[in-house]
Design a protein around this ligand. Structure first.
Ligand code: ATP
Length: 235
């Protein structure tokens, strides 16, 4: 579904991605783990067209993304939930979700989606008329994921959904991600510093260091890998 080949991305003269290659098959949950500053967010922003790579290719279902505008990439079904959630704080929960459906005009399907989301996150249904900015961190993360779901993504890119959340909420968010993948068939690319939780729900994983992929395997094997356990699982 998605194939990155030798992607190199810069911020001015800072070489953030030093030739990244990875692939994601339809229906998979793939996680990208690594320390602070490894280049995980830059990988997602390169895919979304927000920080276009200087060289290499990104193929999504036969479309080359490296030269495509971010809004066109969203229209293809590649949707990011950015780090720090970035919901609209002054709009209500419902209005935030409506923004996610902005490019759609299939009213009946939108209604079904909304119903699915409110079943997935009953707390959002209770808070539907409340401004987004008054929600807790965990609820804002739920809203950010839900807003992305309203675009009917084929590939959902999640940037550190667990960041700054209490362990019990983190657990809930990861379970919901797994559920979305299973029930909706949405392919998921999950960037996480919480390697342990991410590898538990992912099918495969990539490990990133200093702008390069250093290791890739099934989640089971990565969880058992001594190097990964020492560096990322604190074991
Ligand atoms: P984190 O988990 O802290 O978000 P990350 O793995 O997502 O880290 P990136 O945010 O992709 O890492 O950063 C990769 C490198 O690019 C780092 O050296 C970082 O300092 C640099 N970088 C990121 N954003 C910018 C920017 N806007 N301008 C200049 N350098 C940047």
């Amino acid at each position: 579904m998605l194939k990155l080949n030798d992607v190199k991305t810069y911020y001015g003269n800072i070489h953030a991605l030093k030739g990244i290659s990875l692939d994601i098959n339809e229906g998979e949950i793939i996680t990208l783990i690594g320390a602070n500053g490894a280049g995980k967010s830059t990988t997602l922003m390169s895919i979304c067209g927000i920080v276009p790579p200087r060289s290499g290719s990104i193929d999504f279902e036969g479309h080359e993304l490296t030269t495509m505008a971010p809004d066109k990439i969203v229209q293809l079904g590649v949707v990011q939930v950015p780090e720090g959630r970035r919901i609209f704080p002054d709009l209500t929960v419902q209005e935030n979700l409506d923004m996610g459906a902005f490019l759609r005009n299939d009213k009946d399907a939108i209604k079904n989606e909304l119903q699915y989301i409110y079943e997935l996150f009953p707390i959002l249904a209770q808070r539907r008329n409340q401004p987004g900015g008054t929600l807790s961190g965990g609820e804002q993360q739920m809203l950010a994921i839900s807003r992305a779901l309203m675009t009917q993504p084929k590939l959902l890119l999640l940037d550190e959904p667990s960041l700054g959340l209490a362990p019990i909420i983190v657990q809930q968010i990861f379970e919901i991600i797994k559920k979305i993948n299973k029930e909706q068939g949405t392919t998921i690319f999950l960037v996480e510093q919480n390697a342990n939780q991410a590898l538990k729900i992912a099918h495969r994983g990539y490990v990133m260091e200093n702008g390069a992929i250093t290791l890739t395997d099934t989640s089971e094997k990565l969880l058992a890998n001594d190097e990964v356990r020492r560096a990322y699982l604190g074991i």
